[in-house]
Design a protein. Structure first.
Length: 91
């Protein structure tokens, strides 16, 4: 029942977006090209970039708005401030 190295591989969001733009269909994992997967090196670079790129001021501002005006739209603004700041999904 244990997960072994290689059992789980992350797919590049850039690759998925390009596939969607071409109107493609996601194939079985066995049929995916190697460039569809994120390497551990690329994942480390994404993590480092995410740590540097986190917008604390934007998150604080959105949280204050949500505290003042609790609503679905202010909550979504808060969530977007946490995750939506970076344009390149794969770092």
């Amino acid at each position: 029942d244990k997960v072994r190295p290689g059992d789980v591989r992350l797919i590049s969001l850039n690759w998925l977006m390009a596939l969607a733009e071409r109107g493609g269909v996601l194939p079985r994992r066995q049929d995916l090209p190697e460039e569809a997967f994120l390497s551990s090196e690329k994942l480390r670079r994404i993590e480092q970039g995410a740590r540097r790129g986190f917008d604390y001021a934007g998150a604080e501002e959105a949280q204050e708005r949500f505290t003042r005006e609790p609503s679905p739209s202010s909550y979504l603004a808060y969530v977007a401030s946490l995750f939506g700041r970076k344009r390149n999904p794969d770092g």
